[in-house]
Write a protein that binds this ligand. Sequence first.
Ligand code: MN
Length: 331
Amino acid sequence: MRPIKHIHGDKEPHWVGDGFYVKTLVNHLEKNTDFNYQHTDPFLLLDYSQPMSFAPNPNYESQSHGVGQHPHKGFETVTIAYAGEISHADSTGGYGVIQEGGVQWMTAGRGIMHEEFHSEAFGQRGGDFSMVQLWVNLPSAHKLTDPKYQSIKRADLPVVELKDNKNGDPVGTAVIIAGEWQDIEQAKNRQTSESTQKTIQGAAETFTAINMWNIELHSLGTATLQVPNTHNVMLLMQEGELLINGTSISAGNLIQFEAPNVNRTAADNDSIKLEYSTATNDDTPLMPVKLLLLSGEPIGEPIAGYGPFVMNTQAELKQTFRDYQTGNFGK
Ligand code: MN
């Protein structure tokens, strides 16, 4: 099993605009020597909006909740809508609504301006809202790529069944937003002990090797996730409580696993054990447990970041600010 290095969660939430109340659990500007960009590369930032309820907004037309026009450059923003809906519009003329269960993978590349708000329908009806926004770094070879979107609906995301380690019963699902899932089907006949392996590809195209999986456990049991030996790995615990590699983790925490180590044997490094157990014997219905797995091959390049820009050098960062001030942003 990949050992847990640290559990991060004691962050105060803050408002992004007036629409997103988030805990920043990963931040490339962090100076913490034990948890900085080196440990999260290629993930630059993770903002988590824990489930919260918004009242209907009667002034949606004049005062929608969210953030107005702002730029991004040098990376990708990935927005996952768990509850509620987010509308967006950008400087390339693109616009749309990220529906519940959907993902928007936006490549800012050489520069884009956009705005992010609660959708009109959600603003008017109100209700539960929960989302994750990630910033994924682009390697220098692709930093200035053309801006683009991947709008991925819930129905377009591959879903695989998680099976209990002991009896093979279904205990949950993994939704493969990005990356690869190795599905190992053990033969029913134990005498032949045959196994077949098939690879399930995530819905999003990525510039570097990344796994992004929404995990949900709905039954008691133990399931194992397989992660690459060479990746940085993190898990965001969103709802419920689980034993992860034997350690109890509650909602709102981010688990940082030990750095990849090619000298560790694969068996010690490439699996994460999720154990859903309960001490009570009563008939209370089980609540589903929800988590997000993030893993990525480190890009290993220097970064120079400030606000919404992440470049490789201070000179590129300064040039970006000059371009922004002189109306040459994104050109
Ligand atoms: Mn943005």
